[in-house]
Design a binder for this molecule. Sequence first.
Ligand code: MLT
Length: 401
Amino acid sequence: MPRLNENYLNLKESYLFSEIAHRTSAYIEKNPQKGRQIIRLGIGDVTRPLGRTVLDALHEGVDAMSSADTFKGYGPEQGYEATRNAIAAYYKRNGIHVEPDDIFISDGAKSDTGNITELFGPGNTILIPDPVYPVYVDTNIMCGNKITYLSGNAENNFLPMPDHNRHADIIYLCSPNNPTGACYSREQLQEWVDYALANQAVILFDSAYEAFISDPELPRSIFAIKGARKCAVEFCSLSKTAGFTGTRFGYTVVPKELTFPSSAGVAMSLNAMWNRRQCTKFNGTSYIVQKGAEVVFSEDGIRECQQNIQYYKTNAKVIADTLTELGIRFFGGVNSPYIWFECPNGMDSWTCFDYLLEQIQVVGTPGAGFGENGKNFFRLTAFGTYENTVTAMERFKHLFT
Ligand code: MLT
């Protein structure tokens, strides 16, 4: 009989977005008529199609597979050189130095933020903000790690800062933040980097929403911060930048400077460990997808992605303007596709979920799914269509006026 990983007993029964999908389907089954009017602003899944430049490159990738001369079998586990170079050039365009061999291509930031736990041993002090993207919490629970929560709340604008009197080994940060839409300033991230260096800690930085930053003062990468190459790993994804939620492409930057001593005093490199992990457990992202991803970072690709991002940002403004008009307090929605609002009338977030579903057939994400501090907040995404976003907000006005 196998002995099972009993840490799984400590997880919530289902993953947040599976629970939302389940509750929504149950509602539709009971109310087929109203079910047809449902507007989904829950999971952050995109609705705009891929850009022309990406589509052409994907087609080229497919065509290459049709001839023995250009056919590709297994690729490098780390990703093709051309794709890694394109990502390094994209960083450079934003004034940030990243070496191509620090970059590892994957199928998305969700897998990498989860898989990175394998590089760390037991007994670390792990700081995770609350509220937070549930993957960081669940994957640490799966390995039996103890988590120390960093309180994000309305008082600190959902941007928790380090407590210099407390030690940490591993720190998770996400900016622009999922779920709150809050975005750390350069000075705030510098404080986190300085804290990590002083504690010999590592920052696991999720920058999946960097392309939504329009304020040039705000850092789009942890590597825009002095000293970060000695203490940070960055995860990014094309899901939200380029509409790749279904196509799948992510990348993780592990600087070679990131070394920590083993218990016997041997220097261990996180870059070498991640490389070893990927070579053993991953056979690379498909050539076709990497062809499409490579051109996301070209001038045409960036322009096309920005057109879609502007579309979503218009939706975010529609939501933000409605909440302002209704006097509902909210965060985010400016340098982010997420709007995080305080549940009206003192509702808790799951009550608010049921209320919105039953009364106006709008599906969002209850803040409680992101942590204890989210229990009176609710997240809407700007990734729906413009028409649906406008209709959802008309229904909000009707309900809350
Ligand atoms: C979200 O809605 O929080 C995201 O879409 C989930 C994800 O990126 O995995």
